[in-house]
Design a protein around this ligand. Structure first.
Ligand SMILES: C[S@@+](CC[C@H](N)C(=O)[O-])C[C@H]1O[C@@H](n2cnc3c(N)ncnc32)[C@H](O)[C@@H]1O
Length: 290
């Protein structure tokens, strides 16, 4: 099995989507001023084209432009759904699993006084630390963990996470990149250090043939520019029905309190919708431990 040994490129792609949307899409409900600051100059350039609506003439740049625009549309409802679930249930600890270039530790005032841990595979995390070095605000506690190899609970405990205090867990944009066994092992580990009143917010993809085809088309488009797609090194490895995810969580003491698809979330924000199918295949599920 090919493992991600370099810094995640999908993490950059979703961060570009947030940077493109900041202040322009769902203004008042969505904001991520940290996103642009976490990008490198060449990554920012494409974002700026998308923000300006400046359609590039060259094919290679046009593909990048369309990729960022699509990312923005898919990311905004997902971010808002997760932020809402975090705000609605304050916890003394927040653990962001597979954090990538997540800016919540810096951008959410509600997290002042909350111990924020960011867990990610080591190469992605080192890349994040380099990028975030100059950001204003309190950085999270960084915990390098590969979900397929390392012991999550032990690594968190060493970093100062308290298993006897409630935790909100965010698991956004990561489950598809893990095998079923890795997802199950991660739920087992996090549930073992979830005190009563903990909350798990998990974003996952439902099985859909059209989604697999869409990724193939995106890969083919990128191949026409002479580059590999971000999914070449980070293929999707598992999809979940709501029932399967709810069942897994129930076996580990978590009860689902909300489960919505991103299309519904986008409608609720009155967003213009171009990627209806992709939105409908992504879900944000909230589960609580009593
Ligand atoms: C698409 S990015 C999402 C990043 C972030 N959660 C967000 O939504 O912006 C996928 C993230 O999952 C992480 N990841 C993938 N496989 C992993 C593994 N086996 N162990 C730890 N992290 C992993 C990557 O390093 C990357 O940061």
């Amino acid at each position: 099995m090919v493992k991600v040994l370099t810094a995640s490129r999908t993490a950059v792609a979703v961060c570009q989507g947030r940077a493109a949307a900041d202040g322009l899409i769902a203004s008042g409900r969505f904001a991520d001023p940290a996103a642009m600051a976490l990008l490198r100059p060449d990554e920012r350039e494409t974002v700026q084209w998308a923000r300006d609506g400046a359609v590039p003439r060259q094919w290679r740049q046009r593909v990048d432009y369309e990729t960022v625009r699509a990312s923005a549309e898919l990311i905004v409802p997902r971010t808002v759904a997760i932020d809402d679930a975090v705000r609605a249930h304050p916890s003394p600890q927040l653990v962001i699993l597979g954090a990538g270039l997540d800016g919540r530790a810096w951008r959410m005032p509600e997290l002042a006084g909350v111990r924020v841990f960011e867990v990610d595979q080591p190469a992605s995390q080192q890349d994040k630390r380099d990028r975030a070095a100059d950001l204003d605000g309190t950085p999270p506690i960084f915990v390098p963990v590969d979900f397929g190899r390392d012991r999550l609970g032990e690594a968190l405990a060493v970093a100062g996470h308290r298993a006897d205090r409630a935790t909100t867990w965010i698991w956004e944009g990561v489950v598809p990149y893990l095998t079923e066994a890795e997802v199950t092992a991660t739920v087992t580990s996090l549930s073992a250090c979830s005190a009563p009143d903990s909350r798990l917010i998990v974003n996952f993809q439902v099985p859909a043939t059209s989604a697999a085809l869409g990724r193939l088309v995106a890969r083919a488009m990128m191949a026409t520019t002479g580059r590999s797609s971000v999914w070449a090194n980070e293929p999707w490895r598992s999809t979940w029905t709501s029932a399967a995810m709810a069942g897994l969580l129930a076996r580990h003491g978590y009860t689902v309190t909300n489960d919505q698809d991103l299309l519904a979330a986008a409608h609720a924000l009155a967003l213009p919708i171009r990627h209806r199918r992709s939105l409908s295949h992504g879900r944000v599920l909230v589960a609580d431990r009593t």
